[in-house]
Design a protein around this ligand. Structure first.
Ligand SMILES: [Fe+2]
Length: 240
């Protein structure tokens, strides 16, 4: 699997992705059947790179407050981008969501954590204890990636991994073990099957994806932050 240049959304998507043409449609389309990801495809005007350059963030993840955005001295193209960043957050807040704008300049985690990595660059499902979805938009830099449920397996279902986790737990494969997997987020992480075709969420598109919560009608959308390499541009993304 090529980790740096995943293909764009493929046509044979098992009915998991639906393209929508408005925010209203993004909100109102129910997840049912196989459908667990909605994409409002957008080509955004403005210079998001200028915004990122002006933010001048250090390494790691920096949450960008609105006041900080408003203080930036920008060209007209930069202002256009800033207006979109502010408007998108406002749009999500009208739905009683709590969007966060993050500038990501590399991650500080162990990519190869064993027995199960639980960081955002590992394919995973988001989860909540109540009904909720994740909203996601990458404005700049490499975009988030998805993999179809049919083309991935939970890491805890791989016999060797499960045996290691059981050893670490020091008990029996019973309800207590399942709780242990859940408490440590191990059961939310996936590995693509050899023939899997991970896809890119693309830049500028606003996605609404299904997450894991009790009695959710569909399986969660499996996704991850892209692999980062030294020298890459920071990413600018909205998460809610
Ligand atoms: Fe996530």
């Amino acid at each position: 699997m090529n980790q740096t240049t995943p293909p764009q959304v493929v046509s044979a998507d098992y009915g998991r992705i639906k393209m929508v043409t408005s925010f209203e449609e993004l909100l109102s389309t129910p997840f049912e059947g196989n459908l667990n990801a909605l994409c409002w495809k957008r080509t955004l005007p403005g210079d998001f790179g200028e915004v990122v350059a002006n933010l001048g963030v250090g390494s790691g993840i920096t949450t960008i407050e609105e006041d900080r955005l408003k203080e930036l001295s920008l060209s007209n193209e930069g202002k256009l981008a800033r207006n979109i960043l502010l408007a998108d957050q406002e749009l999500l807040r009208t739905q009683e969501l709590s969007p966060v704008l993050d500038c990501v300049n590399g991650y500080h985690h162990d990519l190869e954590a064993r027995p199960v990595p639980t960081h955002v660059q590992s394919f995973h499902a988001d989860s909540a204890t109540v009904v909720a979805d994740t909203y996601l938009c990458t404005y700049y830099g490499l975009s988030s990636e998805g993999v179809f449920n049919e083309e991935a397996i939970r890491r805890v279902d791989i016999p060797e991994t499960r045996a290691l986790l059981l050893e670490q737990y020091g008990g029996l494969d019973d309800d207590g073990f399942l709780e242990y997997l859940n408490d440590n987020y191990y059961d939310l992480h996936y590995v693509p099957l050899p023939e899997a075709r991970p896809y890119s969420f693309g830049v500028g598109n606003l996605w609404r994806i299904a997450i894991e919560y009790p009695d959710c009608a569909v399986p969660p959308c499996i996704h991850r932050a892209p692999a980062t390499l030294p020298g890459q541009n920071p990413r600018l993304l909205l998460i809610s």
